[in-house]
Design a protein around this ligand. Sequence first.
Ligand code: NAP
Length: 205
Amino acid sequence: VGQRIGVLGGTFDPVHLGHLSAASHAVSGLGLDQVLFVPAGQPWQKQSVQASGRDRFAMVSLAIEGVQSFAVSRLEIDREGPTYTIDTLRALRSWPQYEQADLFFITGADAIAEIDSWKDHDQLAQLAAFVAVTRPGFDPTTDPDGATLAVPVIRLDVPGLDISSTLIRQRVARGESIDDLTAPNVVRYIDEHRLYSEPDLSSAS
Ligand code: NAP
């Protein structure tokens, strides 16, 4: 029987407790054997990413340290050019350990809402099931105009997803504590590497 593998996509700028909670809920809710965190290299639809791929990878590694069923991959940050999920899933499928696996690509519902605009979106569903993590009550199966998405989407309710990477960057820039938002060794890494100390101009929210 093939393994059930979650592929947790995101910019992770930086990783936070909401991402870890989403990964844990995915393990229990979908019966996964492993969740592979995949920090995006150059998320092509985003205006700006603050921390380097190297720092974002390092922070995810610290955040998941000691959790048996969590792993992190450099595959997207090492790939040249814009990051497309289709390329990632094709690459993972070519790895012997994932050839027979059931893959679940998991990410935030706001990102999944745009899935019909992703590269080769009509081929995505052949490679993986798509899972939108969301707060209870939010419908992740429609696009921003309310139309049903062409790619089937599984919804996974994750309570307490109010934490965001944006909030962390804002708090750090204001010199406020982020102890309640991410893992202690990530807090230390951000401090030691002086990440996010400039005001965040990438988002108005
Ligand atoms: P984003 O716009 O930065 O994030 C959208 C929302 O989802 C934000 O609220 C974000 O919160 C949340 N989110 C992102 N990843 C999450 C996760 N793993 N768990 C829970 N919430 C999450 O989206 P993005 O990071 O650029 O893209 C998400 C994924 O979709 C990436 O893997 C990206 O490569 C993929 N994608 C692919 C294409 C394509 O193939 N063409 C296009 C767009 C996106 P936080 O900021 O707090 O994480």
